[in-house]
Design a protein around this ligand. Structure first.
Ligand code: ATP
Length: 299
């Protein structure tokens, strides 16, 4: 059995994000179209004879140890399976942090998969997903990956066929957004009908491989909270559209914005324009990427 693993933990965007209602227990019921993108953190896991879980990241503002979701993922399985050996987890972050791209959740998902392989636990993907939800609502999806409809508090997943391919420009403005604060400010039960994105229509468009249908239904109800607080997000969407994006939207609770392009050259040019915007102050994190879906045989 191997005692060293290298894993890719992929980020996601939301092509659609609706909040159906706030439940009495305080949780928000969501309907989201999730899409994995080809932007990933690199994780190296090593089994050690010295007991205990150690985490390291390349960014000073991402916590080590118990504050890191990857640590909590390793601990969950180490406790359940009474694993005596230790494990070292090294994370190189590429996914923007606190950005609406599920960076922490995807690292946790990768570590669950890694622990399963490293220690030969024999858990199926479904069994890993069941445990993942204890760490965060998006963790089961991050284990599943690809294109999916996510409902409930994010844990009820329906796999969809891969969304039609396109070029995706991702950019994070230089502001921090807390998912908790955004949901806290959302008046979910007071939203007007036209503020809810057409999630079922988006699902059908994906099933029909209809990129224009997907683009015309891009929508995220959390923009109603995050954009008034951070006008930079609106500015970025305007730049993307002016540069030829077919559509542009904030991902998750933000502040990351993505633009969908059919033309690769236009997408590359948009990246350059974003990097120079406001004398380089608008954003320092701009990426050109694609949707990521595993081949059917790999799922
Ligand atoms: P989501 O889209 O699920 O709301 P996010 O992309 O907005 O997530 P994360 O990148 O997951 O946010 O980071 C949120 C906070 O979680 C960070 O401020 C950081 O302190 C903490 N955190 C814990 N573990 C990690 C990790 N492995 N990578 C990034 N952040 C982490």
């Amino acid at each position: 059995m191997t005692d060293h693993l290298e894993l890719k933990a992929y980020g996601k965007i939301n092509l659609g994000l609706d909040v159906v209602r706030k439940r009495e227990d305080g949780y928000h019921e969501v309907r989201m179209i999730m899409q994995t993108v080809n932007l990933y953190d690199k994780i190296v896991m090593e089994k050690t004879s010295e007991p205990g879980i150690r985490t390291e990241t390349n960014l000073p503002y991402v916590p080590d140890g118990e504050g890191n979701l990857a640590y909590r993922a390793a601990k969950l399985l180490a406790d359940e399976f009474e694993i005596k050996d230790g494990v070292t987890i090294r994370i190189k972050k590429y996914i923007p942090v606190a950005a609406g791209m599920a960076g922490g959740s995807t690292d946790a998902a990768a570590v669950l998969v890694g622990m399963n392989r490293l220690f030969g636990l024999g858990l199926s993907k479904k069994e890993l997903m069941k445990r993942g939800v204890k760490l965060g609502a998006d963790v089961p999806y991050c284990i599943m990956r690809g294109t999916a409809l996510s409902e409930g508090i994010g844990e009820i997943l329906t796999e969809l066929p891969p969304a039609p391919q396109c070029h995706v420009v991702l950019a994070k403005p230089q502001v921090s957004v807390s998912t908790k604060v955004v949901y806290g400010k959302l008046r979910a039960n007071e939203l007007k009908p036209e503020q809810h994105p057409d999630i079922d229509g988006m699902r059908h468009a994906i099933e029909n491989n209809d990129l224009d249908g997907v683009i015309s239904r891009l929508g995220n109800v959390l923009e109603t909270v995050t954009i008034p607080d951070h006008p930079e997000i609106g500015t970025m969407k305007e730049i993307l559209m002016a540069e030829g994006a077919e559509g542009a939207l904030m991902s998750g609770s933000g502040p990351t914005v993505f633009g969908i392009f059919k033309d690769e050259e236009a997408a590359k040019h948009a990246c350059e324009v974003l990097k120079k915007a406001d004398g380089g102050r608008l954003t320092r994190q701009v990426y050109l990427t694609r949707f990521f879906n595993l081949r059917k045989s790999d799922r």
